[in-house]
Design a protein around this ligand. Structure first.
Ligand code: PBE
Length: 304
């Protein structure tokens, strides 16, 4: 993933005024007293800048276009999480309106002033947890790895530290190793009573979302330090779930529940073992720059 020129974005705080001023008499943007919100919808061409089509947040955004009259005729554009972040950065650079499929934890909230659009119909669900799933039989085959995966638990700040380092250009494995070095106490809780092994192979599946790159690399590093021969395998979302259910991968730490990956959980829950939460307070939704004078999905306008 490319490096970013964050310095350019320092002007973001001044955007609200600029945009409001520019909006007067312009049909491109913002908040003249009537029709301003309509203009936002028109300005983004009734499109949500999405990510991978298999992502839970992408599917939820598509559902929003069906459930909200205000989003009738809207399109959610499939792309990648990296391309979404690039589009967001470029829009903010140009002070243009943009609506993206977003989630937290994510470094974008640390770098930009952003907000979730209210979702009165609850299409995107409430706060979520990220859970750890392992293949059936792991407990007997690899009790030490199982214990670490079962114990793995961290919080949003931990995850965002790692994500930010990666975003700033650090190699994921190095960023994970740095986090592990700085957080010995936490790691000790995960590895308490776990015996070292000698080169036993373990494979963790993940999706190349910033959250999952961070968490999977950290857990991988901890297992490696215990003597495991660790493979981290990036897959599509649905394929990741299937790989663990089929026993092709040993586990993953990337299950967003109950809503985001709820359909996949229902599909595979009998074929894998849910080791419970590794992070609380996650969230998905439609995200816009703070300078956009809009608060709710219901403030959008259907395509005419
Ligand atoms: N995400 C990040 C995923 C889960 C992790 C929110 C992009 C999804 O929507 O499926």
């Amino acid at each position: 993933m490319s490096k970013w020129n964050w310095k350019k974005l320092g002007m973001a705080a001044g955007l609200t005024l600029t945009l409001v001023a520019a909006g007067c008499g312009s049909d491109e943007s913002s908040s003249s007293s009537d029709g301003g919100l309509d203009d936002y919808s028109k300005a983004v061409d009734y499109k949500v800048t999405g990510i991978e089509a298999g992502a839970g947040v992408f599917k939820a955004a598509e559902k929003a276009t069906e459930e909200y009259d205000s989003m009738k005729g809207w399109e959610v554009q499939a792309s990648s999480s990296g391309a979404m972040a690039t589009a967001l950065g470029e829009a903010i650079d140009k002070k243009e309106p943009i609506i993206v499929t977003g989630w937290s934890p994510h470094w974008k909230f640390a770098k930009y002033d952003l907000k979730y659009l209210d979702d009165p119909k609850g299409v995107f669900g409430d706060a979520e947890t990220i859970n750890t799933m392992v293949r059936k039989g792991l407990k007997d085959d690899m009790p030490n790895a199982y214990k670490v995966l079962d114990n793995f638990h961290w919080d949003t700040d931990d995850m965002e530290d790692t994500m930010l380092a990666i975003q700033d250009g650090e190699d994921p494995a190095k960023a994970a190793a740095d986090w592990v070095k700085k957080n010995e106490d936490k790691v000790k809780e995960w590895t308490d009573g776990v015996d070292k092994v000698d080169g036993k192979k373990i494979e963790l599946a993940y999706v190349e979302w910033d959250t999952e790159v961070a968490s999977t690399n950290v857990v991988g590093k901890v297992l490696e330090d215990l003597g495991f021969d660790v493979t981290l395998t990036p897959l599509d979302n649905a394929v990741m779930w299937k790989a663990v259910a089929d026993g092709e991968a040993d586990g993953m730490v990337a299950a967003w529940l109950p809503a985001t990956h709820g359909d996949l959980y229902d599909q595979y829950k009998d074929q894998l073992e849910d080791l419970g939460e590794n992070l609380e307070g996650a969230k998905i939704g439609l995200v816009v720059p703070e300078y956009m004078d809009i608060d709710s999905i219901e403030d959008l306008k259907p395509k005419k």
